[in-house]
Design a binder for this molecule. Structure first.
Ligand SMILES: [Zn+2]
Length: 296
């Protein structure tokens, strides 16, 4: 499932291949994946130029000329591949199935954008949950539900004190579901939630209000380092629920039955809050007891 790092990595790749290009044709093969949100109809995409690419949480936003935007949410299995006129891939990202190098269009390629340099952007989605909204740029915040989205975890505005404020308001919530809640912090999904909880040496079930102040700092550092590393060094490779054994990232997600990379204890998998969840029982102990409570 594409999360913040996957979408950000895709955005960075597409900036150099897409910005400045004109869209000469839009081919919508699965109408339910394209929604016109007050922009006058899909015919207005034709002739528009890509002015900028932005991201908000897991949304990829293409700002077009004439004050319109395309907002893409890849949901469970959306994939974007940009190929030149010879079929050579310029940029790719999102869900890894079908393989990025597969012939396109695939039977699950639902939207194609043809550009003025005769390159093509293919939106493929084997699950058909992905969406593209065409909207006036001034309404992008409404389309992405910005009022209900938490802060961008990699932005400078997201600080330890911001995190502490948000934890204080949600003290009764358990940590993993809280991280998955897009109103708490934007863009974290199942893989990176496990990675953040592991890196912070907390547990998925830790109650937010029980996290000590040092634990809050570890959590903040973990959010920044896990997501930052995924964006800078390449996103997690998870195929059929398994981490790539040749890489040390992700460190815990997708490693059931393998030795913890930090302590050698066997990583366990269980269902928690409805999601496949991975932890190291030694690195991540529960309950988290503060020294003060232990004395009491
Ligand atoms: Zn461990």
């Amino acid at each position: 499932v594409p999360e913040l790092p996957e979408v950000e990595t895709l955005r960075r790749a597409l900036v150099s291949t897409l910005v400045g290009r004109e869209i000469v044709a839009l081919d919508i093969r699965l109408p339910k994946m394209f929604e016109d949100a007050g922009a006058g109809g899909p015919e207005y995409v034709r002739g528009a130029r890509v002015v900028a690419l932005r991201r908000r949480a897991k949304y990829l936003i293409w700002d077009l000329s004439e004050g319109r935007s395309l907002v893409i949410h890849l949901r469970l299995a959306g994939q974007v591949v940009h190929r030149d006129r010879e079929g050579v891939t310029l940029a790719e990202g999102g869900h890894p199935v079908p393989a990025y190098g597969a012939p396109l269009p695939h039977k699950s390629t639902h939207i194609l954008l043809h550009l003025d340099d005769r390159s093509t952007v293919y939106l493929t989605d084997i699950r058909q949950f992905g969406r593209v909204w065409h909207t006036p740029t001034e309404r992008v915040e409404t389309v992405v539900g910005a009022d209900d989205l938490g802060p961008e975890p990699l932005d400078d505005e997201f600080t330890l004190s911001v995190l502490r404020d948000r934890i204080a308001r949600r003290g009764g919530a358990q940590l993993k579901p809280l991280l998955l809640d897009q109103s708490f912090v934007g863009g974290v999904g199942n893989i990176y939630a496990d990675e953040i909880v592991f890196a912070a040496r907390l547990t998925p079930a830790t109650r937010a209000g029980d996290i000590t102040r040092p634990g809050q700092r570890r959590l903040f550092d973990a959010i920044r380092s896990v997501l930052g590393r995924a964006v800078e060094e390449g996103v997690a490779e998870i195929l059929n629920g398994k981490a790539n054994p040749d890489r040390d990232f992700p460190r815990v997600h997708g490693r059931e039955g393998q030795a913890c990379l930090d302590c050698g204890t066997t990583v366990v998998k269980f269902r928690f809050a409805g999601r496949g969840t991975y932890t190291c029982p030694r690195c991540q102990k529960y309950p988290q007891i503060t020294p003060r409570r232990r004395r009491a």
